[in-house]
Design a protein around this ligand. Structure first.
Ligand code: NAP
Ligand code: GDD
Length: 320
């Protein structure tokens, strides 16, 4: 019988790539989707007929218990969250409910229904915030700088706690920023590549951005979901940093993305205070040595390849 996996956040960027990977590995895949007045399945429409979509919400523990009882997964990947850092200052309580307490609800549902289930938590480099050391690894202290980062620290530690308290096979991937043509339009990479395509095709002339000096370790989402899966195939649960080991500024992102379409970023980018955050994470760069050695993971796509891929995809969409 095929192995069963449940993905929360299957309608999001990572959920769609992880679903593709698990299907290719022969899994029966279920995705938790929350009720909405309009369907939101664009990222999974190409595989929807091979998925079981089940209704539930991280806000509602009963729904999680019922889904686990009905579907009986062997592996659960918790990718659902309010994941946009800037929105977390506007909706700090909701962010805490979904991104922090949602993890406890899901872990507790697993403890009640089937403690043999293997669990993956989507932890984040945003937890490092005002970084204590460069590069960041599994031993670097957390200093979150946003309600989202604080919520992720809670989610991370409750995962460790349930592992230690109840012996659950619970692992956290501390993933650095990862992007793709399926990235939400509000995140800076996609905002820039989509903006480039709109300018190139004459739909816009300007792109409004915030802090150009922030530096991030940007990788490709499709590479990163392989690390999630590899963590749950190990006998022993653990925590792993997943990153490229390279950092680039938002300014460099603009240079590369505009140049990919034959444009000069200085002619179009406008600094707009609306996108400056109350507190910033200035520099992230990860050390994924542990994941490389223990998971056999490596990143296949570099920053330049990623940005060019995203510009090409956005241009193709507008040209069509
Ligand atoms: P994303 O595209 O924003 O997807 C988030 C998913 O969570 C969506 O499917 C969303 O459903 C779902 N969701 C939100 N609130 C929910 C709730 N209350 N109950 C059930 N589902 C809910 O995020 P992503 O980029 O794929 O990231 C996946 C996970 O990794 C997130 O936890 C994120 O915080 C974390 N992470 C991401 C990165 C990165 O760079 N991408 C790095 C580190 C960690 P709807 O479609 O209905 O909104
Ligand atoms: N979104 C956005 N929009 N960011 C901007 C803009 C803008 O107009 N201008 C500058 N930035 C800067 C932000 O201030 C931040 O320093 C950087 O670009 C990256 O912002 P985002 O792409 O929104 O990502 P993030 O780093 O805040 O958060 C992402 O990565 C985390 C992992 O480190 C999200 O995917 C989180 O869910 C994830 O945990």
């Amino acid at each position: 019988m095929a192995k069963r996996a449940l993905i929360t956040g299957i309608t999001g960027q990572d959920g769609s790539y992880l679903a593709e990977l698990l299907l290719s590995e022969g899994y029966d895949v279920a995705g938790l989707v929350r009720r909405s007045s309009t369907e939101n399945f664009e990222r999974i429409s190409h595989i929807q007929d091979r998925l079981t979509l089940v209704s539930g919400d991280l806000m509602d523990e009963v729904s999680l218990i019922n889904v686990l009882r009905d579907f009986r997964p062997a592996e659960v990947y918790n990718l659902a969250a309010q994941s946009f850092v800037q929105a977390s200052w506007r909706q700090p309580v909701l962010t805490g409910e979904a991104t922090a307490l949602g993890v406890t609800r899901l872990l507790d549902a697993i403890r009640i229904v089937d403690p043999e289930i293997r669990f993956y938590q989507a932890s984040s480099s945003e937890m490092f915030g005002r970084v204590h050391s460069v590069p960041q690894n599994e031993h670097t202290a957390f200093y979150p700088r946003s309600p989202y980062g604080v919520a992720k620290v809670y989610g991370h530690w409750i995962t460790v706690n349930y592992r230690e308290s109840y012996n659950l096979h619970a692992s956290s991937g501390i993933l650095f920023n990862h992007e793709s043509p399926r990235r939400g339009l509000e995140f800076v990479t996609r905002k820039v590549t989509n903006g480039v395509a709109r300018i190139k095709t004459g739909l816009d002339t300007q792109l409004h951005l915030g802090n150009l000096e922030a530096q991030r370790d940007w990788g490709y989402a499709k590479d990163y979901v392989r690390a999630m899966w590899a963590m749950l195939q190990r006998d022993v649960p653990d925590d792993f940093v997943v990153a490229t080991g390279e950092t680039h500024s938002v300014r460099e992102l603009c240079e590369v993305a505009f140049a990919a379409a034959g444009l000069r970023w200085q002619d179009h980018v406008v600094i707009d205070q609306a996108f400056i955050r109350p507190a910033e994470v200035d520099l992230l760069v990860g050390d994924a040595t542990k994941a490389q050695h223990q998971l056999g993971w490596k990143c296949e796509t570099d920053f330049y390849g990623l940005v060019e891929m995203m510009v090409a995809a956005d241009l193709a969409a507008y040209e069509k």
